[in-house]
Write a protein of this length. Structure first.
Ligand code: C2G
Length: 156
């Protein structure tokens, strides 16, 4: 699809950057010739009830170094979207459909698109599988203690 001279903006936390985030940004980059990503600050994440593993600085640096991203700005409050859309002369606001309908007020200023999310991947899921991966199964601990007991007896 030929890229019209369009500026696209999106917002997100992008914690523990994963393929779902990448696929979203790739699709957004295809919709125009300039992609702006507003990365949620740590303080704003607290407002969203999200605890980030990775700091704003590192999340912003990762996003800023993606070839399809032209500009990274901080997202510090809910109300900044109208201001951003006007300031950067945005043509399209796009975000995952988990936000369906939440930003329709922007239709007065630009196109609003809710995009299908990538299935079976999320930061929450990654955190859960990571903690499962790092926990030692109980039976392994019991077995290790039994071996320890045997070794202790041998040494007596
Ligand atoms: N995403 C996706 N597929 C996934 C996970 C995330 O397409 N499996 C998309 C989300 O829909 C969103 C972007 O990746 O468009 C960033 O996701 P989050 O970091 O979870 O963003 P969120 O916390 O929803 O922040 O003001 C808007 C908020 O800041 C959005």
């Amino acid at each position: 699809m030929e890229k019209k001279l369009k500026t696209v903006i999106t917002y997100g936390t992008f914690d523990m950057f994963h393929i779902g985030h990448l696929r979203m940004l790739q699709r957004l980059a295809e919709m125009g010739n300039k992609l702006i990503v507003a990365v949620s600050s740590d303080e704003f994440n607290a407002l969203k009830g999200k605890k980030c593993l990775i700091s704003y600085e590192q999340r912003a640096e990762i996003i800023g170094n993606l070839k399809m991203v032209d500009l990274v700005i901080p997202e510090t409050h809910w109300e900044q979207k109208v201001e951003d859309v006007q300031k950067y002369d945005v043509d399209i606001f796009a975000i995952g459909d988990d936000w369906e309908g939440k930003f329709d007020f922007l239709k007065e200023f630009c196109e609003v698109k809710y995009m299908e999310r990538t299935k079976d991947i999320s930061t929450t899921q990654l955190k859960k599988s990571l903690s499962k991966f790092l926990t030692i199964p109980k039976e392994d601990i019991i077995r290790a203690l039994e071996v320890l007991e045997i070794l202790k007896k041998d040494l007596e």
